[in-house]
Design a protein around this ligand. Structure first.
Ligand code: WTA
Length: 637
């Protein structure tokens, strides 16, 4: 059997789960034994959630790319590792075998070395969804450089913040990226970003769109030229750097309830074991299956379930450059049809938006190859769940509703495809190794079933974050200080009569817009940058397609003559500071915000108004000036 640790039945799940709680170290050592280690670990786990200080597989030496590439060459050398489908369906797709991928990763790893990149250096990657993105990521891992991938929808300012925080020395980008009918000028965005980033010495630019770019002498290099250099050197091999299990693998920035995004840090050994284990088990991956995850590598889902999980398992992972609605709303189904996709992992927001086009785009597509479906990133409403089940899975494919986070590294609570009895809207049960607990506001455990609480995890798992880059204290206060000895997820959750978990959404000031995590404080800061804005407050509200929309209440210096123009300016400011994904859906100009006597904005009230629950505002007696509430209610959009 390909994966000895693959769960085979519900009884097997229960048994593995029990074992993982009784003897976590033994359990994970058994899984980790099936990887290639240069040197085995001395100790499986050391931990405390107080500092926090968590170490898995201490003393173990390995390189994740030897597990994703080298060890498959003997048996899977000619098997497709990556199938790549371009944005334009008329352009030829690419198939990259494990041998090809190995060669390309080694080649580009040598390019990085030629440009002075060493173990521990930070490399920022800002590219579209082309195979070279996966190659760049793996090349960093091969030489022990720490990658920080930034999603192509972020602005120059956001990239600059991330580069400065990580002190990256090299950037890998493309001339541009194709997404639907858009052509995003990535290199030009990087040029703007780098104005304030002296740490960056080199920029490597991969050709994709042939958008004209300006190249700065001594700093900017073409990917293709650098590859030629390695070829003239006779394509020397690139031995993998020996890494400690707890060396950093990557940084991925994500939004929280306060301040700027923080750099979540994952380390080599534990992350590898966890991404692989969760991939193989959740999707019940069988050798030869074609697996298609529609996420972008700029998010954690792309890291764990386009690159590291599938490749470490020797799977065939399909990477799609474009968007589900281009050239029409049947694109995902055409891809499933074209490549005989067996497993499709996507987001509720995509399903909801495609539902809106009716069954026309689905009909006449052959979806009979599909065996398993997955959902990630936000709560899936029952209507979308059933549509996915009935019209895409034709009633015969299990759906795994996978709950997890950037910080958890991999899937935490999910059905196991075809094994766990599913229930629409429920992430169901924790994977082996995961010990969820619900607590009330005071941190007291909420026991039994049919209960609600804040979702925490009480025991470490290999894929968990180790720190936030450059600021360990922030990691402690954000995740480990709210409740003693628990990792706090920020999510609300209910446990039903069957002990099944249902995630009810964030309980902090983090929004989930089309599956993208956005902090309200970040959006407010961006809005406040606009000249003429005095103050703003941002909340989420239910949105049919995006899950949550962004509602901004804005106080301007004086009455604006042309409110529409001001709104446009504000949207542009947010786009420039964060990126188009953070643009408010609604902007309401107000003369004041509801505040307590101590000056705190009462977001609860603003949230209720945005949700349209005008008669249900709760206690407003502590407000400094209750009159503003009436005005805000009258002006609601
Ligand atoms: C939300 C994405 C309900 C949740 C992998 C979490 C979900 C946040 C689900 C993390 C799900 C993710 N059901 N909510 N299946 N999956 N979430 O870091 O609020 O981008 O805290 O990681 O998305 O978002 P992130």
């Amino acid at each position: 059997m390909a994966y000895p640790y693959q769960i085979k039945s519900l009884e097997d799940y229960q048994q593995q789960y029990q074992q993982s709680v009784i003897d976590p170290e033994g359990f994970w050592a058994n899984v980790a034994d099936h990887f290639y280690w240069r040197r085995k670990w001395d100790k499986v786990l050391d931990w405390n959630f107080k500092d926090p200080d968590v170490k898995w597989f201490t003393g173990g030496k390995l390189n994740i790319t030897e597990n994703c590439l080298d060890r498959h060459l003997g048996t899977l050398g000619n098997t497709p590792a990556i199938i790549w489908e371009p944005n334009d369906p008329e352009e030829r797709h690419r198939v990259i075998t494990y041998r090809d991928l190995y060669n390309k990763v080694c080649q580009f790893a040598n390019v990085l070395k030629n440009n002075g990149v060493k173990k521990g250096d930070r490399v920022c990657i800002y590219m579209g969804m082309i195979p070279e993105l996966a190659i760049a990521v793996l090349a960093c891992a091969r030489i022990g450089a720490i990658h920080s991938v930034v999603f192509g929808g972020f602005s120059a300012q956001s990239i600059a913040d991330r580069i400065q925080d990580a002190q990256a020395s090299l950037v890998i980008t493309c001339d541009g990226a194709f997404r639907g009918n858009k052509d995003i000028p990535l290199k030009s965005v990087i040029d703007d970003a780098l104005i304030g980033c002296p740490s960056v010495k080199k920029v490597i630019v991969c050709t994709r769109t042939r958008t004209p770019v300006s190249m700065i002498k001594g700093r900017d290099l073409w990917w293709e030229d650098e590859i030629k250099q390695v070829e003239t050197m006779g394509n020397p091999p690139c031995p993998a750097e020996e890494m400690d299990a707890e060396d950093m693998l990557f940084i991925l920035y994500t939004s929280g309830s306060t301040g700027k995004p923080k750099g979540v840090v994952h380390t080599v050994g534990g992350y590898m074991v966890y991404a692989n284990y969760t991939f193989v088990n959740t999707f019940q991956y069988q050798p030869g299956e074609v697996y298609f995850c529609t996420a972008d590598v700029g998010w954690i889902t792309g890291h764990s379930y386009i690159i590291y999980g599938p490749l470490s398992a020797g799977a065939t992972t399909l990477m799609f450059e474009g968007v589900p609605t281009y050239p029409d709303a049947g694109r995902l189904w055409s891809i499933v049809d074209k490549f005989r996709v067996n497993i499709l992992y996507t987001a509720p927001t995509a399903i909801r938006s495609l539902m809106g086009y009716g069954l026309g785009p689905v009909n006449h597509k052959d979806l009979s190859s599909l065996r398993k479906l997955g959902s990630v990133g936000e709560p899936i409403n029952e209507e979308a769940w059933h549509w996915f089940k009935d019209h895409i899975g034709k009633g015969r494919c299990p759906i795994v509703d996978t709950w997890w986070q950037t910080e958890t590294g991999g899937i935490m609570i999910t059905p196991i495809a075809g094994i766990t009895k599913e229930k629409p809207g429920y992430a169901t049960l924790p994977l082996p190794g995961i010990q969820p607990i619900l607590v009330d506001e005071t941190g007291k455990e909420v026991t039994g079933n049919n209960v609600n609480g804040n979702l925490c995890i009480k025991f470490p798992w290999p894929g968990m974050l180790r720190t936030t880059y450059g600021d360990h204290e922030r990691c402690r206060t954000t995740y480990f200080a709210t409740y003693e000895n628990l990792y706090f997820t920020g999510d609300g959750c209910l446990r039903d009569e069957d002990g099944y978990y249902r995630i009810t959404g964030r309980v902090d000031d983090v929004l989930n817009v089309s599956g993208h995590r956005i902090g309200t404080a970040e959006v407010e800061n961006a809005i406040n940058m606009h000249a003429g804005v005095v103050e703003s407050a941002v909340v989420g509200y239910p949105h049919d397609i995006k899950g949550q929309g962004i509602y901004a209440y804005v106080i301007t210096e004086r009455q604006t003559h042309d409110p529409e123009l001001t709104k446009k300016d504000i949207l542009q400011t947010v786009s420039r500071i964060i990126g188009p994904i953070a643009k408010p859906d609604k902007i309401q100009f107000v003369s004041g915000l509801p505040k307590t006597r101590s000056g705190k904005i009462m977001r609860r009230i603003l949230r209720k108004i945005a949700e349209g629950e005008l008669d249900n505002l709760g206690d407003i007696s502590t407000l400094l000036d209750p009159v503003v509430v009436e005005e805000i209610k009258r002006g609601r959009l």
